[in-house]
Design a protein around this ligand. Sequence first.
Ligand code: G4P
Ligand code: NA
Ligand code: NA
Length: 194
Amino acid sequence: MKLLKDKIQNEGRVLSENVLKVDTFLNHQIDPPLMQAVGEEFARRFKDAGITKVITIESSGIAPAMMAGLVLGVPAIFARKQKSLTLIDHLYTASVFSFTKNESNDISVSKDFVTSEDTVLLIDDFLANGQAALGLIDIVEQAGAKLAGVGIVIEKGFQKGGAIIRDKGIRVESLAIISSLANGKVEFLGEDLS
Ligand code: G4P
Ligand code: NA
Ligand code: NA
């Protein structure tokens, strides 16, 4: 997605060979028209998949997930990272290991919002090691729902998450795939004319 890649080139800051900071439009301040275009692109790619729900994890997945849900005309659900006082029981939970923090945290989704009737599109802002996506996939499976695929705003193609998820036979659509952050430069995989 050219609009997104241009935004990454113009505003992204390479913090290290592994980390790209994009807090001017995705992770802190959010660019609504860009998120709308992101939502339209996910909806275009998954329009024939029979999606009934979009699912993500708080917080940075919410903006792209909501825009995808808006265009697809379906609800967007975010898995919670913190245990909610009003949602103690009646939850699907999964453990998500963070390589950066070297710790596991539970995520949870109410059983009310994902069921065996649903066909789910999983959305996230970043795909790095894939642990967050695997946790959400676990929850979708617990619910007996169908997973239509995974939509990612920015995939770091040099980390292993994309391969882990695709090797499970799951469709992964990433709007920008970064092949390298070496030498302070963002390089993308593949051409993109639109
Ligand atoms: P990791 O071990 O590779 O870091 O993966 P992990 O899934 O633990 O990621 C931890 C957090 O860092 C996630 O956000 C993820 O989206 C984000 N992340 C991973 N790589 C990058 C990167 O290169 N740039 C940026 N900006 N973020 C990255 P989170 O903790 O769930 O926070 P949020 O969703 O509330 O923003
Ligand atoms: Na994040
Ligand atoms: Na995220």
